[in-house]
Write a protein that binds this ligand. Structure first.
Ligand code: C2E
Ligand code: MG
Ligand code: MG
Length: 722
């Protein structure tokens, strides 16, 4: 750029009023601008670099002037950046992106790079400016927020929220592998006293020491977390023997308690812990946490430094075994049991079509107790049949009452324990019960688990046949948690398969869970059975199940188990769930995933006239949510994203939604890491970043064409044919 005066001629102390020449004033302003500014010619060759741009790029003007501004890009981006830049220069629109800039000293920084045309009104010619904004602080802040929301900032262990997510994942794979998992809730004894007597710093040091020792003593597959305050979690998995896991945990905890020696003092501390075993004590995250916490509270009562193991029954609520049995026996007689009902909905109509009866115990001092507190105890002490009979009678009476009240009758499912199922004369007793209350058998369903049926299968087949003959509906509860195959189970006259909630929990994110669920649905349908999914908590899970032809669902998404009057209101008001599928179902839908909003905006702008419905996600997780709730045909994902790379994300998408066409946006240098994904068919095509606008549009058009070729039955609008 020709300059009226060299920078040296303009003294910094000069007042603006001293400038006589406007061009000279402009030059000073450009030099002092708080934005990094580079002027380039129509080929991108640098003509001028202002002071801030020199500082940002750690260069002198002579190092840059005369060179193409592409040299600023980190090496792996240079060639692709050049293409996009030349493109932007040639089409007169300019170009911009958030990118890594390579300083002359070799270091790099995050920069918002914007190439902007500047028209010269007099000559009609165009000059080009590059604006550079250092956005490193924003990128670091985003990383930091991500870290703070998932990790405890003192110990750097995962925090409670992150831990619950990890535990969810672990339980579903343990469930699939048939492994035991041990959850240990650890409490540092008297941390408050240490805090008061020795100060914050020492108390923090104790927490850090515990965390460090936990890290050292644990294996890669173990989960660790700081749950908050003085509490930690440790989860051991991979064991086929629960006792081995308990012993391993005990050894590990005892090794954590070595005195902490600081320069000023020696701190003695002890740890108390409570353990619970999956799946013996509890099968779900919340229940497992409650069991371990209860075991911890009990251990605390016994004194410092102990390790308590969860004991089924009320042991963890401070009652001895004998006392618990007496209390439970009395509870049934004293009318302390309650029956709650959880609605089951048709995934075809969205209407409530059934209810599952779930027992609770309104304990006089301990509040409303969930079944895991007392069902196992009832089984152990022989009270389970009495309890089961109470449940069955109450459910049938309730059906009668709803019918008497004129409410549209819905079927009620009752869970049947093994001893109750095998009780002699059960079919006759049920027949009489139904008759006495004038309730049609079609309104009663019995839920049996695999383990209930598998013990003496031949006898069980016979009992199920007898129950079926009454006209009852029979369902197989918690399917997938046992070991028997559906083909084998089809020997039983079962009407319904209930997919266990551990498979539903990660159905939109975990391809293994998803394929177990979808294979179960397909197989069950081939065998002529209805499929219901339990534990449906999100819209995404529901839509996914619906798209895969699951017939019914039950879960917190619609309602938790509630009391009978609440169900009456629901039935009266005709409550249901809105199943209107994604409105844009038949429209060509493109999902763009990139952690940089600028890129998403640029791509949306680029494609806005192409007639696609465009969905945008700033992370892989958000992308999976959108896929679960919308019919998507083509997915384009950035490769470099925090948490999950584009290829990892697209591989999951391939497994979860195999008919989608998947493209990755990536720098040339990443090509090697993409090869594997391309070979495995996870990626249809790769688009170089920065992209060429025209080529990009063409790639998207081809991707949709490819989709239609592979899915000829698809109802997708063929706008090309227009
Ligand atoms: P189940 O038969 O598999 O019942 C489903 C359990 O999942 C219920 O727990 C229900 O509250 C819970 N649930 C339902 N939707 C969701 C959801 O969206 N998310 C999550 N996280 N959980 C959900 P509940 O009531 O604690 O019952 C636990 C188990 O206790 C039952 O599992 C069943 O095996 C047993 N049980 C309950 N009532 C009876 C009964 O009357 N007799 C017998 N023998 N067992 C019973
Ligand atoms: Mg059930
Ligand atoms: Mg179940």
């Amino acid at each position: 750029m020709s300059s009226p005066t060299t920078p040296a001629q303009v003294t910094d102390s000069a007042g603006i009023e001293q400038f006589v020449d406007e061009r000279q004033l402009l030059h000073v302003l450009m030099q002092r601008s708080a934005i990094g500014l580079i002027v380039v010619d129509t080929l991108g060759v640098v003509e001028f670099v202002n002071t801030l741009a020199q500082t940002l790029c750690a260069c002198s003007p002579t190092q840059l002037v005369g060179k193409n501004c592409v040299t600023l890009f980190a090496q792996d981006l240079a060639s692709v950046a050049n293409t996009a830049l030349q493109n932007g220069l040639a089409n007169g629109c300019g170009w911009g992106m958030e990118t890594m800039i390579q300083r002359m000293d070799g270091t790099q920084f995050w920069c918002d790079f914007q190439l902007v045309p500047v028209e010269d009104a007099r000559t009609g010619s165009t000059r080009w400016c590059v604006f550079l904004h250092d956005i490193s602080h924003l990128k670091h802040a985003a990383d930091k927020i991500q870290h703070i929301s998932s990790f405890d900032q003192l110990t750097l262990l995962p925090n409670r929220a992150q831990f619950l997510q990890n535990l969810h994942q672990l339980l579903s794979s343990a469930s699939a592998n048939g492994d035991f998992v041990l959850m240990v809730w650890i409490d540092v004894d008297h941390l408050r006293t240490i805090n008061d007597a020795m100060g914050h710093a020492v108390a923090d040091q104790v927490l850090l020491t515990v965390a460090d020792r936990m890290r050292e003593a644990s294996r890669r597959q173990d989960l660790l977390a700081r749950l908050g305050g003085d509490e930690f979690a440790l989860v051991l998995s991979g064991g086929t023997d629960a006792q081995d896991l308990r012993e391993a945990a005990e050894r590990l905890i005892r090794n954590l308690e070595v005195d902490l020696v600081t320069q000023a003092c020696t701190v003695k501390f002890s740890l108390t812990a409570g353990t619970a075993i999956f799946p013996t004590d509890a099968r779900y995250v919340d229940d497992l946490m409650s069991c371990a916490e209860m075991a911890l509270r009990e251990a605390k009562k016994a004194g410092d430094g102990g390790i308590g193991h969860f004991v089924t029954g009320l042991g963890n609520l401070g009652a001895s075994h004998a006392q618990a049995v007496a209390e439970l026996r009395n509870a049934i007689a004293a009318g302390e049991l309650r029956l709650h009902y959880q609605p089951q909905l048709s995934l075809h109509s969205g209407q409530v079509i059934g209810l599952e009866a779930l027992v609770r115990w309104q304990h006089p001092t301990r509040g409303l107790l969930a079944p895991f507190h007392f069902i196992a105890l009832a089984e152990e002490c022989g009270l389970i049949i009495t309890l089961g009979e109470w449940v069955m009678r109450t459910a049938v009476q309730q059906i009668r009452d709803w019918r008497t009240d004129g409410l549209t009758p819905v079927r009620v499912a009752v869970n049947l324990s093994a001893p109750h199922f095998r009780q002699k004369g059960l079919p006759d007793a049920i027949e009489k019960l139904l008759f006495d209350h004038g309730v049609p058998a079609a309104l009663l369903e019995l839920e049996l688990t695999e383990s209930v049926m598998m013990r003496d299968a031949e006898a069980a087949i016979h009992i199920v046949d007898r129950l079926k003959m009454l006209g009852l509906r029979i369902s197989l509860d918690d399917f997938g948690t046992g070991y028997s195959s559906l083909a084998y189970l089809s020997r039983f006259a079962i009407d319904v398969i209930k997919i266990d909630q551990s498979f539903v929990a990660n159905i939109t994110t975990n391809p293994v869970n998803a394929s177990i669920a979808t294979a179960t649905i397909a197989m069950a349908h081939k065998l002529g059975k209805t499929v219901i999914a339990e534990g449906v908590e999100t819209q995404g899970q529901m839509t996914y199940l619906r798209r895969h032809e699951c017939d019914e669902m039950q879960g917190y998404l619609f309602s938790r188990p509630v009391d009978a009057p609440t169900i009456s209101d629901m039935l009266r008001s005709g409550a249901g769930i809105n199943l209107s599928l994604d409105q844009g179902e038949a429209q060509m839908t493109l999902l763009l995933v990139d952690d940089e909003p600028n890129i998403l905006n640029a791509l949306k702008r680029l494609l806005r006239r192409e007639g696609y419905r465009i969905l945008c996600a700033e992370s892989a997780a958000q992308g999976l949510d959108l896929l679960a709730t919308h019919r998507v045909h083509v997915v384009i994902s950035d490769q470099r994203m925090p948490v999950m790379t584009g290829t990892e994300f697209l591989s999951r998408v391939k497994d979860l939604y195999p008919d989608t066409v998947r493209l990755v946006l990536s720098g040339y240098s990443e090509l090697e890491s993409l090869t594997d994904a391309i070979n495995k068919g996870a990626i249809y095509r790769y688009i170089s970043k920065p992209w060429d606008d025209a080529m990009f549009k063409q790639d998207v058009t081809q991707a949709f064409r490819y989709y239609r070729e592979r899915n000829p039955a698809s109802t997708l609008n063929n706008h090309e044919a227009d």
